[in-house]
Design a protein around this ligand. Structure first.
Ligand code: DAH
Length: 346
């Protein structure tokens, strides 16, 4: 009886500071487990008088129930505390405000190339174009052959290529690869653009990078004309620069178009008078384009007698640099947060 009387007190004392499930389970075992004092008392009961058996047995049972009740209460407390702690730890503060940003927390943002790319995609979508994707790793056929650049063609040297060791695969040197894939999957009339990264094995400097971005465009149908090409390009550039731009076409050579053009815009910095941006010419070369070569249409499964089209390859990095006044293309892949965080945040 003496043992029993002090047992509850001792248990409660030891229970107080416990805050881990494992410790709690150990404590329970210590008091009411098979090797515990309560079990001892029960074992010794066999030598007791019937009267003692009744009172001590009843007391022992009552005690066991009390300990079990205290145990489950404590268990619930610990579980609740654990849940609260993990809620606190994983908390996402959706009310994060500018004042939090001032305290040094940074919101993520879009890369300037992404901003321009999305804007241009939206412009083309509004003009009825689809937006297509294509693989970075290409084969000779899609990057060259199907674009009317056969193996011996000198135009291959215009694009220093990263070849894979198998000599069959390469990192696409331009987004024109998307043309053939796009044509094969549709029937004219259609129009689509294909933005993405392109790769060239070039020495880098302020205006050259090994990884840069283009947006390919193509429109195929009956009686598509150079007039259509100029219209779409002018509309695009006016939307991008948010003002009327003057364009001019010069002849340009690209094996996949005939005729091919270089489309220039009148320099937006000096208005055509000549400055360092336009190298004193008054015009900036912006958009190579042309009427799709019959061989390319054929490679895309399209009858060049019946259909024709235009294509263009817009360099996105130059546009980004003009828009934001960035003087070195290498900033775009520099992964410098001081640079990256200057653009639109989510
Ligand atoms: N693929 C060419 C390049 O990267 C750019 C280009 C020129 C694309 C003329 C075209 C085009 O679609 O018609 O240099």
């Amino acid at each position: 009886m003496q043992v029993l009387e002090s047992l509850l007190n001792d248990f409660t004392k030891e229970l107080g500071p416990i805050n881990k499930t494992a410790d709690l389970l150990n404590l329970k075992a210590k008091y009411i487990g098979k090797q515990g004092p309560l079990a001892d008392v029960m074992k010794n009961l066999k030598d007791a008088t019937p009267e003692e058996k009744r009172t001590i047995g009843a007391k022992a049972n009552e005690l066991k129930q009390q300990i079990e009740a205290l145990f489950s209460q404590k268990m619930q407390e610990i579980e609740l505390a654990d849940i609260n702690a993990s809620l606190e730890k994983d908390k996402i503060d959706i009310s994060l405000t500018d004042s939090m940003l001032e305290k040094g927390l940074q919101a993520a943002g879009y890369h300037p190339v992404t901003i321009i790319q999305q804007e241009i995609e939206d412009i083309f979508i509004s003009m009825g174009f689809e937006v297509l994707d294509g693989p970075h790793i290409e084969d000779d056929y899609h990057n060259f052959e199907a674009l009317n650049i056969p193996a011996t063609h000198p135009a291959r040297d215009m694009q220093d290529t990263f070849w894979f060791a198998d000599k069959k695969h390469l990192l696409r040197t331009h987004t024109s690869t998307i043309q053939v894939r796009g044509m094969k999957e549709r029937k004219p009339p259609f129009r689509f653009v294909g933005p993405g990264k392109v790769f060239r094995c070039e020495r880098t400097d302020a205006s050259h990078e090994m990884v840069f971005h283009q947006l390919e465009g193509m429109m195929v149908g009956e009686n598509v004309s150079v007039g259509n090409l100029i219209y779409f390009m002018k509309t695009l550039l006016t939307e991008i620069f948010k003002k009327e731009v003057e364009v001019r076409l010069r002849p340009g050579f690209f094996p996949f178009v005939e005729p091919g053009f270089e489309l220039d815009i009148k320099c937006l910095i000096c208005g055509g008078k000549g400055c360092s941006v336009c190298k004193q010419v008054g015009w900036v070369e912006l958009l190579p384009c042309g009427m799709v070569h019959p061989n390319v249409l054929k490679a895309g499964g399209i009858d060049p007698e019946k259909y024709n089209g235009f294509a263009f390859g817009l360099g996105l990095d130059r546009l980004v640099m003009m828009r934001y006044g960035i003087d070195d293309i290498r900033h775009l892949h520099g992964a410098d947060l001081r640079f990256n965080s200057q653009f639109k945040s989510f």
